[in-house]
Write a protein of this length. Sequence first.
Length: 252
Amino acid sequence: MSGYFHRLHDPLALVAALVAPFVVALALVPFRTDLSATNEALIMVVVVVAVAALGTRTAGALAALSAAAWFDFFLTRPYQQFTIENGDEIQTAVLLLIVGLIVSQLAVRTRRLQAVAVTDAAHLSSLQGTARLAEDGGSPEAVVEYVRRELVGLLGLRGCRFEYGTLMGHLPRLEHDGSVWLRRGRRITEYTEWPDGDTELRAVGGGHYYGRFLLDAHPGRPLPPEEARLVAVALAAQAGAALDSAGLPHQV
């Protein structure tokens, strides 16, 4: 669902970048004789920032260009023409474009940094939750179940199940470094998208293999960010440690 949303979100942001400055500039037409060119330009910059805060860098840049164009067309003499006669208004239009481009890129960067901070906090919460459950004396089965649920949300999976103590078949594997590989003899395949079928994530504790999480992902979708995959590996390691501390049977 997240991938679909982003595929839909990008075109909408581009449409907003074209339409929003036009609509605002048109709305300012009745007031253009009362407002100074500077105030009109500041209003257009606010529109650019709003679009950039919701969209991509491309959308922000497009909004800045659109704002400068419609500022020229509707709000500077001669009206309804892409020409400017007044030197001060030319300077204002150029500054609008430059400031719009700069501020839009800063807005996109700020939004991305906020998203990273929220994501990092969610990852830390997952790891802390698993550790707290183990420290509070939760059964290894409870830890495994907690990790299983966290993996579904963390990796955007359709489902996930845990398989104790078996290594049947050759499945793609989420490795300790966050990469996804399939090994068949000497042939090694690396994936950048989720492969068809299950992908295994092994639970190892104390150097012993106890089982694996079978990740049921949406085939063909890009792998989640490396940070998320590394957190998934750490969660599986916590599950393996809980199983090892309980002294459950394991495979060598």
